[in-house]
Design a protein. Structure first.
Length: 446
């Protein structure tokens, strides 16, 4: 009830949510009260959570912030939702996002733009901007987002919350509406690292319905917190301080490095020379996969359907022409081009090769270091409208987060300072399945 009241109070300004579940949440909360009274409470019993609207919820509208799915009510829960519900969590709302998770500001939502709670004239980041803004504004203690190229971490940085992108394969993608399947991963946005670990405990684990889900033994990420980080070796790749990273951001990251030093970590500059190609690789691979994934929206199976015609082709053209927004169309065109006969080898195959090189470079760095530290976003949150006319400058705001998805690694985005009253953050990148190490490091920092 308290969180629903808070939502009512701040939503008119922040506009983080597509749907508020209201009565449904109160019914779940009542069941949680009963479980607590009966002594059957777990860590998440009665805890309100907000889900990015790309995660399917049985009986609750799931739009992907697209006109294409305006009235889509999934007949099933995503794997992560089943897991949260089984632990007593209460789904209190669905968060606004960039349409089909394509964007870095939530301005690509087909419905409305979310505002950054720290400065309402600025963007909250994206594409999980609604989830990040909701947590920052106190609308729920935790939210889930999805991260294909930075969509959990960049908004976490912009809204000064903690965001975790787990190792590819650790969290089930079953019921996550697909953008780029080899990059997408669900993760938590929370106020701090301890809450992030509690959420990861709930959502991580094998799911046979996702063919890329890894059969790892289940771990206690919360229980591992509090260990000494003394003697850990941290690498700081110098390439992450170029490419448009502002002086205030690099100063804040350097101040954070001092904290890790005081905690007893050994810090060393290192180099990941292929970083410069990561953005180009991403904007071939992600749109290619998106163009294939989004072929399913043909107006026949589900979602928006243009019916006022006798011709099948016109029906499909109008369905997709009206149902998709401009950024989604841009990605479909980029991807279709990169995959087309004659260009496939020149673009897609080459991008996959560079992807392997990027991954190898990280592997080599992790032979030497326990984790890497970089900025999360190159700038503080920008003004609403500032970049919307220039897709390339928007794409650049993920320059520090994209390489991590390309390599499938886990990364934790932490709050780490303010400049002109606006949040700045840094990220801790780990080797595959080293969530315990990066969470413990982040916890020590906080
Ligand atoms: N901003 C990036 C994009 O538009 C990343 C999005 C994401 O991680 N979902 O592709």
């Amino acid at each position: 009830r308290a969180y629903l009241d808070r939502i009512e109070a701040v939503e008119p300004k922040v506009k983080a949510l597509m749907t508020v579940t209201g009565e449904q949440a109160l019914t779940q909360a009542k069941a949680a009260d009963e479980a607590i009274a009966a002594g059957q409470a777990g860590m998440l019993t009665g805890v309100p959570v907000i889900l990015k609207d790309v995660i399917c919820t049985k009986g609750i509208r799931t739009t992907c912030s697209s006109k294409m799915l305006e009235n889509f009510i999934p007949p099933y829960d995503a794997g992560v939702v089943e897991r949260l519900k089984a632990r007593g969590a209460v789904v209190i709302g669905k968060a606004n996002m960039d349409e089909f998770a394509m964007g870095s500001s939530t301005e690509n939502s087909a419905y409305f733009t979310t505002h950054n709670p720290w400065d309402l004239s600025r963007v909250p980041g994206g594409s999980s901007g609604g989830s990040a803004a909701a947590v920052a504004a106190g609308e729920a203690p935790a939210a889930l987002g999805s991260d294909t190229g930075g969509s959990i971490r960049q908004p976490a940085s912009f809204c000064s919350v903690t965001g975790l992108k787990p190792t590819y394969g650790l969290v089930s993608r079953y019921g996550l509406i697909a953008f780029a399947s080899s990059l997408d991963q669900i993760g938590p946005l929370t106020k701090d690292v301890a809450d992030s670990a509690v959420m990861l405990n709930a959502i991580a684990g094998h799911d046979s319905r996702d063919s890329t889900s890894v059969a790892q033994p289940e771990e206690d990420y919360f229980g591992c917190l509090g260990k000494s980080v003394k003697g850990l070796k941290l690498g700081v790749p110098k390439e992450y301080f170029a490419q448009g990273v502002t002086a205030e951001v690099s100063d804040a990251v350097k101040a954070a490095l001092k904290v890790y030093e005081e905690l007893g970590c050994n810090i060393e500059e290192c180099s990941l020379p292929t970083t410069a190609y990561a953005l180009a690789v991403y904007y071939i691979i992600a749109p290619s996969e998106a163009s294939a994934n989004l072929a399913r929206y043909d107006g026949v199976k589900y979602g928006f359907s243009f019916k006022d015609t006798q011709s099948m082709w016109e029906a499909m053209e109008k369905t997709r022409g009206i149902g998709f927004g401009p950024e989604v169309k841009r990605r479909i065109m980029l991807g279709t081009y990169a995959l087309s006969a004659g260009y496939y080898d020149a673009w897609y195959v080459k991008a996959q090769r560079v992807r392997t090189v990027i991954r190898r470079e990280f592997d080599e760095a992790f032979e030497k270091y326990d984790a890497l530290i970089t900025p999360t976003a190159p700038t503080v949150p920008f003004k609403i409208g500032e970049k919307s006319a220039d897709p390339f400058s928007m794409y650049l705001s993920d320059i520090c987060t994209i390489p991590i998805n390309i390599a499938g690694l886990p990364a934790l985005a932490l709050q780490g300072g303010f400049a002109q009253g606006l949040p700045i953050g840094h990220q801790i990148i780990g080797k595959p399945f080293s969530e315990k190490t990066i969470l413990n490091l982040g916890h020590a920092y906080q």
